[in-house]
Design a protein around this ligand. Sequence first.
Ligand code: GDD
Ligand code: MN
Length: 365
Amino acid sequence: MPTPQPIRLAVIVPVFNEAANVAPMVDRLDAALAGIPWEAIFVDDDSPDGTAAVVRGIAARDPRIRCLRRIGRRGLASACMEGFLSTTAPFVAVIDGDLQHDESILPAMLAAVEGGADIAIGSRHVAGGAAEQGFSAARGALSDMGAKMARMLLPTPVADPMSGFFLLPRALVEEVAPRVAGRGFKILLDILLSARRKLAVAEIPYSFRSRQAGESKLDATVLLEFGALLLDKATGGIVPLRFLAFAAVGGIGVLVHMAALFLLVQAAGFGFGPAQWGATLVAMTANFALNNRITYRDARLRGPALWRGLLLFYLVCGIGAAANVGIAGLLVRDGVLAWGLAGAAGALLTVVWNYAVSSTLVWRA
Ligand code: GDD
Ligand code: MN
């Protein structure tokens, strides 16, 4: 039996509901990477359309194909990081699983990094590259704005920092991994902003194709996460992003509480006491839903776990509220703080308590 060649390049393919694109993707990689020992690792977040089964079907015939299936997790950036860290190949690349990136430039990207570049980026914004024809004007403008903001933070100029198509030595991934936030959609930007040295970047032009099958997963929360990533990197990650999101949701909860209180008293004719209880319940439920969608998006609860989580969240917030009232009361009684400050101290303690306990017991994030 001939000794198999060690793998030189691992191509990480993040996939969520891309069942129809897997087989064409494998064929294209096979054609593009002739002569290079490669493997492709499809990282699937338990897609309901059966993407993982399709990958495994192909892997049964082709040992270069691997499937990394994650359950109860979501996220493009973390999928890429886990793919990188699951291979022994000295070079790693990421390519979208929806055929929008042009795999034929992978050998040129590999050659650039073998030739000394720290990272090769498939770029839509250097001479010879092009953005998707069908990119809506709004999406194009948004992408440009994001790229402008990103460039302000980057130590090295990069024409297409929003690209999701790049190749680098695995050693560089291991070097930056402890600082990578790993949340959201922009893993390249995350890596560039996490490097503590100036990187030699090679940008290779390609034309972004339009999607043939399946649909884009970019939505409003993805944009929020992008803003959060920039904020995190700009502030050196002092305040945990999740905490900021949790606190912002808490702020919205106060507004929801006031609105519900007003409606219950004014429109429904409840007395103030019962109306307070009702408004508290409404606000806690709204906070739970928002946190489940935004703050803990990557660990979102569904089905029976959702109801268990909601009950636990009521309990945690109930204790938090009792502590808030109790502590503020003590501080005022003992003359430690004026009532305004005491109220703020109680509220801060409550947010920290609610956050810490929710993160460990409710969402286990
Ligand atoms: N495992 C996993 N988990 N994969 C995901 C997830 C997820 O939560 N979300 C998206 N993906 C996969 C998709 O299946 C696809 O293969 C790839 O990541 C890109 O997702 P799309 O939903 O197609 O994103 P897009 O086309 O809007 O954005 C792409 O273009 C941008 C350039 O403007 C991405 O490549 C971005 O990274 C890129 O910056
Ligand atoms: Mn896409």
